[in-house]
Ligand binder design. Structure first.
Ligand code: ATP
Ligand code: MG
Ligand code: MG
Ligand code: MG
Length: 484
């Protein structure tokens, strides 16, 4: 059985052998892109090349990019743990052509790698192409549709076309864009997780876990003008992304990403701490909780390593939300003392070779996570009681006042209360909450001078020391904890 390390290595070697330059993953906290909270795709670090504002220093590139999808256009947080193939943090293997090849090679090589190097049964694979869209005059990608059977031998009936949502990629309102082709795999009828949904039909892009998207090949060939029309780009680019965790599950013949060697040591550790068996069930609450915790510790560790710190706004608040979510799922496992930080060494063992930076910052990462856990633990149990009481008041929703009280006094991020409510088939009174939030903001604005320290750590130069005791005493523990 191929290990995930070997799978990652083979991807990189395959493209290096075809002349690609290995470019290390950029940090998950983008250095100079204020439009993005977290790196969410391999192409992020090459964006300026596609925009024509930065010169390329190679003709084609390959890497495995650390990605986080918890905000903005790509937010997979709700899927995590409930399904088995969306993570908050994942690795996107990718290859890029800046001027050396286009559709034909990219299709041919993707197929060659999957079927010959990795040995995936080609009869299980489907390809997709862009169907065109009348509303903006974009055309059916006939070129790709014809190339697939020609260069890979895939039967034409397994080349399917889809619209903009799935098969057209754009960076923004204007700028470089183009159709894409994706490779999906049929994992077999027993993997469908939507059998209970009336009228559900399994298929590519139909939303069930039987057909999983593996690889997205984007053909950047147009420029979207401000009037919405498309003009051909002079320089054409290839931008691809293949999820390492999904590929590993396929190659290790596992029904879930969490059963691969990227996750099993973490799951084992959590299950041991909780003294609860992991039963591989999609619906068992404790299994969901273990998956969520295993997922979230990865996102937290990589984000903190790369310079983000939990705080009360922006990127820092996204981290705080992830951590509090993980803490709460710890309660489902009856883990009451800080425990997430204890998983960091196992994670480092798994990932430290591919990403040595997490090893270098181990002490700091553990310290930040532990402090945050401690801080939230002080209010979590009481908050959960308040929530239970609030849930008992109505059959429909948690009131705005209760949602706000949980947020304001007990540190429950809105999405955490939403999640708890959803588990009981309840909604939340968002309007009522927003109104109270706005009032709070007005008050805070008036008292702005006093609230200066909270969240200030984010964006500051991080301490170079890895000595946790020293860090805790010298670097304002209170600042991290948010109650300075
Ligand atoms: P999906 O439709 O499954 O949500 P996507 O179309 O949003 O995937 P892309 O933006 O095309 O994904 O990203 C390229 C590849 O990265 C995907 O084909 C998939 O293998 C992987 N990927 C995307 N999102 C995630 C995620 N949240 N967790 C793990 N892998 C992911
Ligand atoms: Mg997606
Ligand atoms: Mg998709
Ligand atoms: Mg896709």
């Amino acid at each position: 059985m191929l290990s995930s390390k070997e799978i990652r290595k083979r991807f990189i070697k395959f493209f290096e052998d075809k002349g690609h330059k290995f470019v290390p993953s950029s940090p998950v906290v983008p250095a100079d892109d204020p439009s993005l909270l977290f790196t969410n795709a391999g192409m992020n670090q090459f964006k300026d090349i596609f925009l024509g504002v930065k010169k390329k220093d190679c003709h084609s590139a390959v890497n495995s990019q650390k990605c986080i999808r918890v905000s903005g256009k790509h937010n997979d947080l709700e899927e995590v743990g409930v399904d088995t193939y969306h993570h908050t943090f994942f690795e996107m293997l990718g290859n890029w052509s800046f001027d050396s090849y286009f559709k034909e090679e990219s299709i041919k090589w993707a197929w060659e790698l999957l079927t010959e190097v990795y040995g995936i049964d080609e009869s299980k694979l489907y390809a997709t192409v862009f169907s065109g869209d009348e509303s903006d005059g974009s055309e059916y990608d006939k070129e790709a549709a014809e190339l697939w059977p020609k260069v890979t031998g895939i039967p034409a009936e397994r080349v399917l076309s889809f619209g903009k949502k799935d098969n057209f990629w754009e960076m923004g309102e204007t700028g470089p864009c183009g159709p894409s082709s994706e490779i999906h795999i049929d994992l077999g009828d027993e993997m469908c997780d939507m059998k209970h949904v009336p009228g559900h039909e399994c298929g590519v892009n139909a939303g069930c876990a039987r057909f999983i998207e593996l690889w997205n090949l984007v053909f950047i060939q147009f420029n979207r003008q401000s009037d919405g029309t498309l003009t051909p780009l002079k320089a054409k680019y290839i931008d691809t992304g293949l999820g390492l965790e999904r590929l590993t599950a396929v190659l290790q013949r596992k029904p879930s990403n969490y059963d691969t060697d990227l996750f099993t040591p973490l799951i084992k550790e959590i299950s041991g701490m909780a003294n609860t068996e992991y039963t591989h069930s999609l619906t068992e609450k404790t299994d969901i909780a273990m998956r969520v915790v295993a997922d979230h510790v990865r996102a937290l560790s990589f984000a903190i390593t790369d310079g983000a710190v939990p705080s009360n706004d922006g990127r820092g608040y996204v981290l705080r939300r992830i951590l509090r979510r993980a803490s709460r799922f710890g309660r489902v496992l009856e883990l009451k003392e800080p425990f997430i930080y204890k998983l960091v060494p196992t994670l480092i063992e798994l990932m430290g070779e591919a990403f040595p930076e997490i090893k270098q910052r181990q002490d700091f990462v553990e310290t930040v996570i532990e402090s945050e856990e401690e801080s939230f633990n002080r209010t979590l149990d009481r908050g959960l009681e308040i929530f239970e009481a609030a849930a008992g008041k109505s059959e429909k929703y948690i009131s705005g006042e209760d949602t706000f009280k949980l947020y304001d006094t007990y540190g429950f991020p809105l999405d955490l209360t939403e999640l708890l409510a959803r588990e009981k088939n309840l909604g939340i009174d968002r309007e009522g909450f927003d109104k109270l939030m706005e009032e709070q903001r007005q008050r805070a604005r008036a008292a702005k001078k006093e609230s200066g320290l909270i969240g200030k750590l984010e964006g500051e130069e991080l301490p170079k020391t890895d000595d946790r005791e020293k860090y805790l005493t010298e670097n304002c523990k209170a600042k991290i904890l948010g109650f300075a």
